[in-house]
Design a protein around this ligand. Structure first.
Ligand SMILES: [Cu+2]
Length: 280
């Protein structure tokens, strides 16, 4: 078993994080630069099937929060003006607690419950609702301070790993067990390459501390926990290069824990796969 020689992490300036298209060349495929440079204060362009619903939900939350903020300040402002314009303070009138307290509170509770339930439903679509049986499988492993991506090879089954065998210097950063036949065709890459328009089921692990697998352009964020294998699935719909970040402060080198997701055409993906699989 010979694993791909892992490339060193390339340091990127912060402003380049969302600048797609300036990717490095990956053997086996030529990537055009389809993603426009991202210079907006808003989210990076969405490249995933579920992303539009996610963006809509986010915008809905922000608009509702903004409207409530304006409404609360308007009420405060009108109350202040009314109090100032009264020449003499009026004797205290009994207030209808239902009208000024219970009903607004109930309306807000219903509104927030509805927002939470719809958001949870979207969140669960990528996690609790399983991926399609035809989805391709990739494993993502977070290690201080690097992401590793393991492909199962032609047998479509991940081989066993053992912590005692973890040895990045010897080309076995995930501890693949050579005694397990399924591990013979597994290969590990330092960049994630996926075909466009096909669902991927990602299983996420961590070797040391909690990391955060975060692809802003795919609207995907999932913690990687030591001792657990967590699944998240999505469908890339737009070719291009998407930065992969770590969203959990995982140590001194957290800032440089970056990789790239390359979404390519099916032909390019197969060429890339062929090169890696024949090198095993
Ligand atoms: Cu990390």
């Amino acid at each position: 078993m010979k694993l791909e020689k892992l490339q060193h992490i390339r340091l990127q300036p912060l402003h380049a994080l969302f600048r797609a298209g300036d990717c490095k060349h990956i053997p086996g495929m030529t990537i055009a630069a389809p993603n426009p440079p991202f210079n907006s204060w808003w989210l990076p362009p969405n490249g995933a099937l579920h992303g539009d619903l996610f963006d809509h939900q986010l915008a809905l939350n922000l608009w509702i929060a903004a409207a409530l903020l304006v409404l609360a300040h308007l009420i405060l402002f009108v109350a202040l003006l009314a109090r100032k314009s009264a020449e003499k303070p009026k004797p205290r009138q009994p207030v209808n607690a239902w009208m000024v307290e219970v009903l607004p509170l109930a309306a807000l509770s219903v509104l927030f419950a509805w927002l939470s339930i719809t958001a949870e439903h979207l969140w669960a679509q990528q996690r609790y609702v399983g991926a399609d049986a035809s989805a391709m499988q990739v494993e993502v492993v977070g290690v201080q301070f690097q992401w590793y991506f393991r492909y199962p090879g032609p047998d479509a089954a991940f081989g066993h790993t053992r912590p005692a065998l973890v040895d990045p210097g010897a080309g076995n950063p995930l501890g693949l067990d050579p005694a397990d036949m399924h591990s013979h065709d597994d290969f590990v890459a330092s960049e994630l390459v996926l075909p466009v328009d096909r669902e991927v089921d990602v299983r996420i692990r961590a070797h040391d501390v909690i990391h955060g697998f975060f692809i802003p352009g795919m609207r995907i964020k999932q913690n990687a926990l030591p001792g657990q294998t967590l699944h998240v699935h999505f469908t890339p719909m737009q070719t291009g290069v998407y930065p992969i970040l770590c969203s959990q402060l995982c140590g001194m080198g957290h800032y440089r824990m970056q990789a790239n997701l390359h979404v390519v055409t099916q032909d390019e993906y197969e060429r890339w796969l062929e090169i890696h699989e024949t090198h095993e």
